[in-house]
Design a protein around this ligand. Structure first.
Ligand code: NAD
Length: 477
């Protein structure tokens, strides 16, 4: 069994009781096995991060920027390996795996830039109305942070947490998903290559038990979690027990609102991308299509054709638009939703079934005129399953879009930009795209409202999530 946990600058073999089997979802076959980290190893990782904190937090931010730039360069050097691993373990088509590598590079580069500018912001004088006092703020790292991530964008989600945390001067214990545990090991290899001080970055592999051991650990100052609402709620409970901050990036059931003045072919392209990218395994999947009455039939006809044109297959052996679902559990979950749709009597225009040859493939699926009470309309499926509902007026579209317990993202498609901006302002979500694919830029914020989470990643907000404000006030008298 290989040494796969990175603790205090050393690679160690897990001594937990359980095994992780890593699969190629296109074949449904295993290709690696790891022994999970034990609770004692989680302790060691947190202790190493605590020990490394005083020196790391006191490095100059410009010095930390050099390491972050090194991460970006080293990811570039490993580009082909990372693309291949994501294709094999996630089932991502090559062009999607490339985007993820680009995103990780951009994230480390962006936070290197922010870290370089950090010295200017670390101390800021605050003018007071009252005479006789001076006052200044100092931005300090939160401390030792636990980072728990899912499997759908492993390289990227981890970069969105690691880069700002390290830039702020925090030390880190990262727990990747048990479905894709190999990808983040690259960050440990890079830390080795760069000579990052031991304990600044620790990576422990494991399942729910390991995640719980980390999120319950008394030695953390903050936890940042991306994943499902069920687990997010448990993570928040642990944070409450320790009275410490938590960032939560959770699920979604996002709307894409299409008005009747749009270019239909262009709309089809954006709608397909919003539900078929990563085989629909995106927290931000726009899985509820709201379409204005006049164009509903024509749009659905074109969408059906576009879904049926998607080349679904093994990304390792052929050129495909959509790969498999990443895990058998996810495949079973989507199959269950197809069964629910049949039981509810939904009108399926195309798809509605899994592919049974080999691997965990499903058909891109389109349901027309889905009732608002349907479980497929209200619940996150995490697969290429699009539900359509018609609306008449802008007001109705907004009410329907906002009628969700989630509030992550939305897309608005309309030739009337004033209307699109008005709708964007009224949508109850964290991010809106107007006439666009789901382009996420490192400078913009990421995160949701309502059941989609707490806090923001990316941009300067992502850095603030790992900083705390200290105020120093002095009597001048
Ligand atoms: P998950 O909640 O099952 O697992 C996420 C991580 O938590 C994994 O590393 C897992 O091992 C760990 N974990 C499991 N049980 C735990 C526990 N009791 N305590 C602590 N950690 C535990 O989620 P998933 O299936 O890996 O990911 C899919 C979910 O993630 C979807 O709901 C999706 O919407 C969400 N997601 C959200 C965003 C976002 O930015 N909002 C991004 C990606 C994914």
């Amino acid at each position: 069994m290989s040494a796969c946990h990175y603790i205090n600058g050393d690679w160690v073999t897990g001594d937990g009781a359980d095994l992780i089997t890593v699969f190629d979802p296109s074949l449904g076959e295993p290709f690696a096995e790891l022994q999970v980290a034990s609770a004692a190893q989680v302790d060691q990782a947190v202790a190493a991060a605590r020990q490394a904190l005083p020196d790391w937090r006191n490095t100059r931010a410009s010095e930390r920027a050099v390491y972050l730039r090194g991460f970006a360069e080293q990811i570039e050097l490993r580009r082909e390996t990372l693309i291949a691993l994501q294709m094999q373990n996630n089932g991502k088509p090559r062009h999607e795996a490339v985007v993820d590598v680009d995103d990780a590079v951009a994230t480390f580069t962006y936070y290197a830039d922010l870290a370089e500018g950090l010295a200017d912001h670390q101390h800021r004088d605050v003018p007071l109305a009252v005479r006789g006092f001076s006052s200044r703020t100092r931005l300090e790292p939160v401390g030792v942070v636990g980072l728990i991530v899912p499997w759908n964008f492993p390289l990227v989600t981890s970069a969105w947490k690691l880069a700002p945390a390290l830039a702020a001067g925090c030390t880190v214990v990262l727990k990747p998903s048990e479905i894709t545990p190999l990808i983040e090991q690259t960050y440990g290899q890079i830390a080795d290559a760069l000579g990052l001080p031991a304990g600044v970055l620790n990576i422990i592999g494991g399942k729910a038990q390991t995640g719980a051991a980390l999120s319950n650990h008394p030695g953390l100052d903050k936890l940042s979690f991306t994943g499902s609402n069920g687990v997010g709620s448990q993570v928040m409970n642990s944070a409450a027990a320790h009275c410490r901050p938590v960032t939560l990036e959770l699920g979604g059931k996002s709307a894409i609102v299409v008005f009747d003045d749009c270019d239909l072919d262009q709309a089809v392209e954006w709608i397909v991308a919003g539900i078929c990218w990563n085989a629909g395994q995106m927290c931000s999947a726009t899985s509820r299509l709201l379409v204005q009455d006049h164009i509903a039939d024509a749009l659905m006809e074109r969408l059906k054709a576009a879904f049926e044109k998607q080349r679904v297959g093994n990304p390792v052996t052929g050129e495909v638009d959509m790969g498999p679902l990443t895990s058998q559990a996810q495949w079973n979950k989507v199959a269950d939703y197809f069964a629910i749709a049949r039981a509810e009597g939904l009108h399926c225009l195309t798809g509605g079934d899994v592919l049974r040859d080999a691997g965990w493939f499903v058909c891109p699926t389109l349901y027309a005129d889905v009732p608002l009470t349907s479980r497929l309309w209200t619940e996150e499926i995490f697969g290429p399953v699009l539900c359509v509902h018609r609306f008449d007026s802008e007001q109705e579209a907004l009410a329907l879009a906002n009628d969700s317990r989630f509030g992550l993202v939305a897309t608005v498609i309309s030739a009337d930009l004033q209307r699109a901006e008005r709708v964007a302002n009224a949508l109850e979500v964290g991010h809106v795209w107007i006439n666009s694919i789901q382009a996420v830029f490192v400078e913009t914020s990421w995160g949701g409202i309502k059941g989609s989470g707490i806090g923001r990643e990316l941009g300067p907000w992502g850095l603030s999530a790992y900083q705390s404000v200290k105020h120093v006030t002095r009597c001048l008298g």
